[in-house]
Structures are given as C-alpha cells and as structure tokens.
Unconditional design. Structure first.
Length: 96
C-alpha cells in the first residue's frame, strides 16, 4: 500500500517557509531536516512571498467592504422589502 498523506499545520508551514526565505540552508538541507520534498518547500515559500504582503496592506484594522457596494446592497434589500410589503397589502385587502 502507498504512503499515507501527511497534513501539516499552518505554523509548521510558516516556520519552514520563513527558514527557506532566510536562505541560511539549502533547499535540500531543509528538505532533509524536515523530511519534506524540496518542491513542497518552494511551494510554501512562494505562498508566503505572495500572500505575506497582504498582511501589511491595511494597517488601520480589518478590511471593510466598499461603501458603495454596501449601499447598493442595502438599497436592493429595501426595494425587495417594499415590494413584498406592497404585495402583502394587496393580498390582504389592506388599504391605507
């Protein structure tokens, strides 16, 4: 039977990727040290390089949805509710 697939925690991946970024050891040394394939280390390193910069994009707190997008969604919801209210008034025979 083949090898069982291993699962790695995010902290382990981060540790290996940051070590690869420091370039104090070669990929083959890191692969041997952590019992991984060098391609896996390269993959994690690329993810860290690509996604790591997003951590510093908005330093003033969590990202909020775009105001115009939020406003348009709210107006859409108001329109839907008004439509439903008018329909219910019509069906119930309520006249104002």
């Amino acid at each position: 039977m083949g090898k069982k697939r291993r699962k790695f925690s995010a902290s382990f991946k981060h540790k290996v990727a940051t070590e690869a970024l420091t370039e104090r050891h070669t990929l083959s040394e890191l692969a041997q040290k952590y019992d991984l394939h060098p391609n896996q280390i390269v993959s994690w390193k690329q993810v860290l390089q690509k996604e790591g910069q997003s951590l510093f994009e908005n330093k003033r707190g969590p990202k909020t949805p775009d105001q115009s997008e939020l406003i348009s969604k709210l107006y859409e919801q108001i329109g839907q509710l008004q439509f439903e209210l008018n329909w219910l008034k019509k069906k119930s025979g309520y006249e104002h």
